[in-house]
Design a protein around this ligand. Sequence first.
Ligand code: HEM
Length: 499
Amino acid sequence: METKMSTPSPTSVIVLILGAVVIAFVRAIRARSRGQLPPGPPGYPIIGNLFDLTAYMHTVYTGWKEEYGNIIYIKVFAKNIVILNTVEDAIELLDGHGRIHSNRPRMRTLEMMGWTGATTLMPYNSLLRRQRQFIKMVLNDKAVVTNLTPLLERETMTFLRNLRDAPEDFPMHIGRFAVGVVMHVAYGLDIESMDEPVMQYVRRAMGRLVQTGTPGSGKMVDFIPLLQYLPWWATEFTRTAAISRPEVDLMWSVPFNMAREKMAKQGPSHSVVQLMISRLGGVDGNLSLMDAQDIKATGGALYAGGEDTNTVSLLTFFLCATRHREAFRRSQEEIDRVVGPDRLPTFADRENLPFTEAVQSEVWRWSSPPNLGIPHASEEDDFFKGYFIPKGTMIVANLYGMTRACEDPEEFKPERYLGDTPQPNPRNIIFGFGRRICPGRKLADRMIWLAITQITAVFDISSVGDTIPPADFKPGFTRHPMPFKCNITVRPGREALIR
Ligand code: HEM
């Protein structure tokens, strides 16, 4: 644990806070003098909308939309925040004005926890572009189809087997499936069991990250940067950050070293970390310290970006299958009709299974895995739809709100994507926008499709007795359903499909 920070006196802390307050005030006056900011709820002098921040900002923003419209402005201390509530505005601003709005705000919460350098946190600079290029080489549409299909088929079969053998542990099997795919894609490592030592390191750091919640959802250090200089023992968060840093260091280093060793023995696999090591000249020890750190950070970001989002997607699928039996049965009937009982559905069947496709879409719309996009930041002043967006503004896409801009948003209705006037595809929302759009979206789409479709073909899923699990979710960056139970049984005549 790092304990070496010097301890500031109470006077210097007060001076630091007063300094931040004065800077906030001056910046606010300058911003207002340059143009009209978007509308938003009134805040208090100096602290702005601080008291509006909660762990459920997505529902707050969605409620504000009724009152203030599609583009909303709030301010917390010196930080300008613009919330985008519609897909059209998000595409126009984050994609159309992508040159200006592709940066990330400093996320000091995460930096203090040791995540500096991870793709997700990087400013839009040449190093970030290099990370994304390497990720793209492994996860572009064509590579995902040609190189990763055997991996997805293998991992899905393990998932089916685990569900058959211990159905009550379905949340654990979901986690294992997501880990199996992501560890392979990120590092080229095949994980047999969640008890492997490397997974202990990875899960410890991830557990703390997931608990931390949405960037910008209320940690004071994200709004008063000077607080980062508080001693490690001063607040609950500084203590958490101090514990997290060595954990993240291990999470990044241990699988990186394993990938490097494996590669030295077997040659490079189709994985981002191994590709980066080989292209940056590192198998035989020639990797510079900076490159090594950059590769570790990319691996860590891939794991963090891919594991939890996919776990949440599948937990939500099981929740929906339990709550909405008719939709699940209709999907089963479609698969039975198209594929028959004697084999598992494969990607070759995908275009002939429109209802099952619609189930996947509706799972992602009904509960967008991340409630909010990862914030973008503006590199320059900009004008958008008559509003002034000052340089440095944090721009948040309200994914939850966007997926609810439809008729009966709380209803689970896959039919909304079928027929003559289908509703827009949630895949154009939940993966974010512009130059920072999720680079793992094609992989996520295929891995979730295969898992959902094969599980539907093989298993019956139902409630335990008459208890229908509620649609309750934990707070946080991703939308985890509250723990729930369901019955999972192999359908009669389908036993032989699980090998
Ligand atoms: C259902 C699954 C997933 C969802 C919903 C999702 C969603 C997102 C969103 C909303 C962003 C932010 C985009 C923006 O800034 O506008 C993002 C970024 C990112 N995602 Fe995903 N993601 C998923 C799966 C994956 C997978 C499988 C991987 C890789 C294995 C991955 C890796 C990343 C990375 C590295 C970033 C950061 C990109 C950057 O900052 O430039 N994600 N994802």
